[in-house]
Design a protein around this ligand. Structure first.
Ligand SMILES: [Zn+2]
Length: 238
């Protein structure tokens, strides 16, 4: 029971959560929710850093974001496949951590691991709720799944105001020293260290402006929003 989470973010690679929804996870922890991160891979194919370095960096970043639980599965890096075996690995975690809400990456994108993680994660959450599934643990299906869209250019359904969490979120990205310090390996693909702050803040600022706050992170939900009181909707129209 001690593993039970309110919010679980599932991502393909260590540092994906920090880059797409780290501010939101920190905000949820500050609201008193128990949060967790499941990374599907361990980064052994990355241009920069070793698997061990990235594990230590992921732990440091989790601490900055006040995450209660973080694990990495052993799915091969750059080979995230939507197989039954992989669905079971994630379903096992969903049963163990019993999250109320799950954050997945958006289902389109440049990196195949990212968009595959989206459908793989969704199907695993479904599977985890099947009573007759031959898998240890009590059946559990999250109440809510939302998709972090920051890696893809699509208009979000909603954004989360992370103005208060912005600096800590940036710090959690910098915790990945093997990835984001200046070096020759991967120089064409990675931003220079001095540019990271500009890039991260420009994106957060853009999404913040869509809802009238300074910094925000974007999400998409498949369902239509449900409203009880028109006067309580927090976003200004004109
Ligand atoms: Zn990634």
């Amino acid at each position: 029971m001690s593993e039970q989470l309110d919010v679980l973010a599932i991502a393909a690679h260590r540092d994906d959560v920090e880059q797409t929804c780290g501010g939101t996870l920190l905000k949820m922890a500050e609201l008193g929710h128990r949060t967790g991160i499941l990374d599907l891979t361990r980064g052994e194919m990355g241009t920069r850093g070793t698997e061990a370095e990235r594990a230590a960096e992921a732990a440091a970043a989790a601490k900055i974001l006040k995450v209660s639980w973080r694990q990495a599965l052993d799915i091969p890096d750059a080979r995230v496949e939507n197989s039954y075996e992989n669905r079971l690995k994630i379903a096992r975690v969903v049963r163990e951590t019993r999250p109320r809400a799950v954050i997945l990456p958006y289902w389109e994108g440049r990196h195949p691991d990212h968009y595959t993680c989206s459908t793989l994660g969704y199907e695993a959450c479904f599977l985890a709720g099947l009573t007759k599934l031959q898998l240890e643990g009590k059946p559990h299906r999250p109440f809510k799944i939302v998709y972090a869209t920051l890696y893809y250019d699509i208009r979000p359904s909603f954004v989360v105001d992370i103005t208060e969490q912005f600096e800590k979120r940036l710090e959690s990205i910098y915790a990945y020293k093997s990835q984001f310090t200046d070096q020759e390996a991967g120089a064409a693909d990675f931003p220079a260290q001095a540019d990271i702050r500009d890039q991260v803040s420009a994106m957060a600022y853009f999404y913040g402006r869509l809802a009238g706050v300074k910094y925000a992170e974007p999400f998409l939900q498949k369902e239509v929003g449900l409203v009880d009181d028109l006067t309580a909707i927090p976003v200004k129209s004109i």
